[in-house]
Design a protein around this ligand. Structure first.
Ligand code: IMP
Ligand code: MG
Length: 178
């Protein structure tokens, strides 16, 4: 599909599923080198990162744990400044290598709020992996350890990302048509 209409908006194809999978293959190689002997705890940020996490984590053949947290803060096409609480975390983080799996880092506010919470729970180290990154929107200065694709400041949907609840199921990534 070259275009999709979701609610009131038209989106055009931006990153196809082949490119997404190639990107994930490369991220997995780098991440496996760093993490294979650390028994990491992957914390998948729901809902957006579910598809990315499923495709990424299949690449790993070393010991790791996978858990899911929720902290959605997005309404419509603009990040709200209110970051909700971290819910669903029931693992002991003490002395663990924790790797956050995110779909996209936009302003960076969500993770700026989340990383300190994990450090407070005594994680040994907290790493961050994101499929997509909007460098021009990023307002923070923390390190993002693993970045798949840098994208312009477009609003995107598909491959886990939604526009007001719809579009997560699409295998490709679409951007808002100007
Ligand atoms: P941040 O706090 O601005 O970095 O935004 C983080 C969250 O906002 C991401 O995990 C996404 O769930 C959501 N988000 C950011 N940009 C987009 C987008 O272009 N489309 C859909 N969701 C987005
Ligand atoms: Mg997200």
């Amino acid at each position: 599909m070259k275009e999709v209409t979701i609610h009131d908006k038209t989106f055009e194809i931006s990153i196809n599923s082949r490119t997404i999978q190639k990107t994930i293959d490369e991220m997995a190689i780098t991440m496996a080198k760093d993490l294979h002997d650390k028994n990491p705890l992957f914390l998948v940020v729901l809902n957006g990162a579910f598809m990315f996490a499923a495709d990424l984590l299949k690449h790993f053949d070393f010991n790791c744990e996978i858990s899911f947290v929720k902290l959605s803060s997005y309404v419509g096409t603009h990040t709200t400044s209110v970051v909700r609480e971290l819910i669903g975390l029931d693992e002991v983080l003490h002395n663990r290598t924790v790797v956050i799996i995110e779909d996209i880092i936009d302003t960076g506010i969500t993770m700026a709020n989340t990383i300190p919470k994990l450090i407070k729970l005594e994680a040994k180290e907290v790493k961050l992996a994101t499929l997509l990154f909007k460098p021009k929107a990023f307002q923070k200065d923390y390190k993002i350890d693993y970045i798949g694709i840098k994208i312009p400041n477009d609003f995107i949907v598909g491959y886990g990302l939604d526009y007001d609840g719809l579009g997560r199921n699409l295998p490709d990534i679409y951007k808002l048509k100007q």
